[in-house]
Design a binder for this molecule. Structure first.
Ligand SMILES: Cc1ncc(COP(=O)(O)O)c(C=O)c1O
Length: 400
């Protein structure tokens, strides 16, 4: 007997799993163009910092409306190098959030700087600008807002606070390619901004990759040195740098995908809208629409009163779910108890205990979208006591 039979008591085969993300589906759609791009790199004989990286850097900067883009080996490196390039160093404090990917905080620590946490605004689920000033000390050198899930953080108040203390702003845009505030793209507000091109991102490579963007020529120059051993000219290091270069193959792949980014983001938003319309009960909460912002909808994350029961019900219907992230950083074993601010983050705690990520990506099949909508509608229509019963008597899911 398979797990689904145990779950349903029926003998028919289980429905196909609907993944939370599916980079393979995008690759399948773009395969001929990707193969052509890869072939171009193979034939070029240059595999590191050649024409493809230079062209992608120029195209990504132009898309954002900025002057400089510097490719890096990952989004984590992009954050670390951006912080160094704007002047953050050992023992300097960087104000950020605990409700993010570990990478945000790992990047601060890898350069010897000290993360400090402030709570999130439960509506945007990004940093609460009203709490930043309370975390600033004489050691604070930067604010690192994260545009989480693709929702732009409130940049205007963040920039005002940074200006009043004379500190830098570095945006973590790893989940927000193409997101905007009043038509102005995220990544263009801070002194520098970091992007990740991890394969599941809205603009994803076929491996690791990242980039830092900036309008500041001096910051861009420092980044170019830092990413390659501190070289100003070949083999002569002027600062202690690292090896963190975007490679030619990944840049060529990103150049195929970039022209489709806006259209694919619009598709994500339209799927999200259909999910929203299917949620009609108060114990499932869809992400709030924030006026004047364009959500990149990297992840569709709802909040749920009765999370275990809802997840179990999704799994029973073949819908994979995720938690971004199951543990906020101040509760992760590597960070617990040692980061200032982590002792009081009530909104972070509340959101972290309720979030569920549902499948939402441009190549999601129509029948799968309908199944997710149906699940949201069916859950919404269950009488409240039934939903609670399901928590108490939760049975085996497809995953067991
Ligand atoms: C918010 C956030 N910051 C930083 C990163 C790091 O990016 P990468 O995986 O390319 O190092 C990620 C990616 O997972 C992320 O989601």
């Amino acid at each position: 007997m398979n797990v689904m039979q145990l779950t349903t008591g029926r003998s028919q085969s289980p429905p196909e799993w609907i993944p939370v993300a599916d980079p393979g589906a995008e690759t399948a759609v773009l395969r001929p163009a990707l193969q052509e791009a890869i072939e171009r790199v193979l034939s070029s004989g240059t595999y590191i910092l050649g024409d493809e990286v230079a062209a992608f850097e120029q195209e990504w900067a132009a898309y954002l409306g900025l002057r400089h883009c510097v490719g890096t080996a990952s989004g984590t490196d992009a954050i670390a190098l951006a912080l160094r390039a704007v002047g953050v160093g050992r023992n300097d404090e960087v104000v950020t959030v605990a409700h993010t990917a570990v990478a945000t905080v790992a990047a601060i620590e890898v350069i010897g700087a000290i993360p400090v946490f402030v709570d999130i605004d439960p509506v945007t689920r990004c940093i609460d600008p009203d709490l930043i000033a309370g975390a600033v000390t004489s050691k604070t050198k930067a604010i690192l807002p994260v545009h989480l899930y693709g929702q732009p953080a409130p940049m205007e108040p963040i920039l005002a606070i940074a200006a009043s203390y004379g500190i830098a702003v570095v945006e973590d845009c790893a989940q927000a390619h193409g997101a905007a505030i009043d038509e102005r793209k995220v990544g263009t507000f801070g002194h520098a901004a970091a992007f990740s091109f991890y394969p599941t991102k809205n603009l994803g490579a076929l491996g690791d990759g990242g980039a830092v963007v900036t309008t500041d020529s001096a910051v861009a120059q420092r980044l170019r040195e830092l990413r390659e051993y501190g070289w100003r000219e070949r083999y002569v290091s002027h600062v202690p740098g690292v090896n963190s270069r975007l490679d030619e193959l990944q840049a060529a792949v990103l150049r195929v995908k970039l022209p489709l980014l806006d259209q694919r983001n619009a598709r994500r938003r339209s799927i999200a809208d259909r999910y929203r319309q299917s949620i009609v009960c108060s114990d499932l909460i869809a992400p709030t629409r924030i006026p004047s912002t364009t959500h990149a909808m990297h992840l569709f994350v709802i909040e749920c009163e009765d999370r275990p029961a809802f997840e179990e019900s999704c799994h029973r219907h073949g819908i994979r779910t995720a938690r971004h992230y199951p543990l906020p950083i101040h509760r992760q074993p590597a960070y617990a108890g040692r980061i200032r601010g982590g002792e009081r983050l009530p909104m972070t705690e509340r959101v972290a205990d309720r979030i569920v990520t549902l499948p939402c990506f441009p190549d999601e099949r129509e029948d799968h979208i309908l199944r997710v909508c149906e699940q949201l509608r069916a859950w919404s229509n269950l009488p409240r006591h039934e939903r609670q019963n399901r928590t108490a008597h939760s049975c085996l899911s497809m995953e067991g």
